[in-house]
Design a binder for this molecule. Structure first.
Ligand SMILES: [Zn+2]
Length: 369
């Protein structure tokens, strides 16, 4: 608190000094971050802060100073205005998020560290046999997913091996279709969905406050680009500034509807409606992907089954209450007795052990004869 009060004067002074330029700064206790339009402004602001530190009796920790030049030419200019070489860097961590010199930078150290820490936890869950599956799933959703998925504002890191660890400790049937399993496990277990969802919610807050501009075609590696790409994966298309539509699910959302909302209940209702809509399109996308797949169950059902929210809700509830065998049946990962015979003996018996009849115990016989 004291530090906040102490630093309020320099914060206002620097803002006043640079008020005629496109200058932005964020101060969190003794951490200062600012965006300068050119190297001389960077130096000017730095010197003002240094001056204030002396006045207030504070000492700058120069080893923590990091400058990210966005253009090659700025590198030499920054050295020229007096910044030491070791302060120039290609990326820096600001409040847990990586800021990089190149927008499309794939390797981001803070995000990578977070994914690695999450992988370590997931591997521990793979080794622990004593914890029940439901508890493991809960730990995954509440500890591991938020850790890995948080802060992917400009770039979503690769999380395939982390998702693979989930399939391992949850005993996900390899024979079952991954898309169906994904829907039945729910969006909160899906790393990429949650990463996008966190970024979209943060952007929505900023959009309503009017602090981020809208771009029809945002550059790759920007916040808006991450969100637009994430939404387009589920079939949302841009219908205007902060407005998206989904044809197949007949949904639309306009974030600006949330603006100047006098009624708190209505605001909450709209937020829930948007979030629910996105989750529905996520389910719809996975369901469609399964139907389009070359699997036998999908090709047989194509044209006869359609995505239905209510039925899926019932199926999800049933799936939750099943043991491993029940889950295998529900995702089509169960095999017929004939198949097990062929796996075990290398041949199929013309005898069904269930009804003791001379018949091949294939699916058709087991279910219908
Ligand atoms: Zn039989």
């Amino acid at each position: 608190m004291t530090l906040n009060v102490l630093l309020s004067s320099p914060v206002r002074d620097v803002a006043m000094q640079e008020q005629h330029t496109n200058f932005a700064q964020a101060v969190s206790l003794d951490d200062r971050t600012y965006v300068a339009v050119n190297p001389s402004q960077a130096r000017r602001v730095f010197l003002t802060w240094e001056w204030w530190s002396k006045v207030l009796g504070l000492r700058e920790n120069m080893s923590k100073l990091k400058i990210i030049p966005r253009q090659k030419a700025q590198h030499a200019e920054l050295l020229q205005v007096g910044f030491p070489l070791q302060t120039l860097t290609s990326q820096a961590r600001v409040l847990g998020i990586d800021f990089c010199d190149r927008l499309n930078m794939a390797s981001r150290s803070t995000a990578n560290k977070r994914v690695q820490a999450a992988e370590l936890q997931a591997r521990r869950l793979c080794k622990t046999k004593a914890v029940p599956l439901q508890a493991k799933k809960k730990l995954w959703r509440t500890r591991i997913v938020p850790k890995a998925a948080w802060g992917c504002f400009f770039h979503t890191p690769k999380m395939t091996s982390l998702q693979a660890a989930y399939r391992k400790f949850m005993y996900v049937h390899t024979l079952g279709p991954p898309d169906l399993r994904c829907i039945l496990d729910g969006p909160t277990s899906d790393l990429h969905f949650m990463a996008g969802s966190l970024v979209a919610n943060a952007l929505r807050k900023m959009a309503i406050s009017g602090r981020v501009p809208w771009y029809e075609r945002p550059k790759c590696g920007t916040w808006l680009h991450t969100v637009q790409r994430w939404l387009s994966k589920f079939g949302w298309w841009i219908a205007g500034p902060w407005k998206w539509c989904h044809d197949a699910c007949r949904l639309s959302m306009d974030w600006m509807e949330l603006l100047d909302m006098p009624n708190q209940e209505r605001f909450k209702f709209l937020l829930d409606k948007f979030d629910h809509g996105i989750r529905e399109t996520w389910r719809f996308t996975h369901f469609s992907a399964w139907l389009k797949s070359k699997r036998r169950d999908a090709t047989a059902l194509r044209g006869f089954v359609f995505y239905d929210e209510e039925r899926f809700k019932l199926a999800r509830q049933m799936f939750e209450s099943q043991n491993g065998h029940g889950k295998a049946v529900m995702v089509g990962a169960a095999c017929s007795t004939a198949r097990y015979q062929s796996l075990r003996l290398g041949a199929v018996d013309n005898f069904c052990p269930w009804c003791q009849e001379p018949s091949v115990p294939a699916w058709d016989h087991l279910c219908w004869q």
